[in-house]
Design a protein around this ligand. Structure first.
Ligand code: SF4
Ligand code: SF4
Length: 111
């Protein structure tokens, strides 16, 4: 079989009703605009940190919903808090505050 540089992965079903949502809920409570995200990816396309890392706020938002906190931690540590994502977000999500709240939540013992 030719090497296309990617392979088919086994399916990873996620039950959203049973995922760990403490960090998402913490952010949502303090910055409700996170709920307006439509995962369009405009933030990732303009992200300064994306030039040298895997940082993508769209991905962060999805991972938060799925409760994949270890991956969130890895991504947000690259954020420079430059605010470019806020300028392009079509849903007016307060992305900078969102990231600051994620950092805050990751330091707290949430359940
Ligand atoms: S630009 Fe805004 S709406 Fe689009 S993925 Fe980013 S945060 Fe969500
Ligand atoms: S604030 Fe962070 S996520 Fe937003 S564009 Fe800047 S480096 Fe990227």
């Amino acid at each position: 079989m030719p090497d296309f540089g990617f392979s088919i992965q086994s399916s990873q079903p996620i039950d959203l009703d049973k995922t760990y949502r403490a960090v998402y809920n913490f952010v949502k409570e303090k910055e409700p605009s996170i709920q307006r995200c439509i995962y369009c990816g405009a933030c990732g396309a303009t992200c300064t940190a994306a030039n040298f890392s895997q940082m993508s706020l769209r991905k962060v938002n999805l991972l938060l919903l799925r409760g994949q906190i270890a991956e969130v931690r890895q991504l947000v540590e690259h954020c420079l808090l430059c605010g470019k994502c806020m300028l392009v977000c079509p849903r007016n999500v307060n992305t900078r505050k969102m990231i600051l709240l994620i950092h805050q939540a990751l330091k707290m013992p949430l359940s």
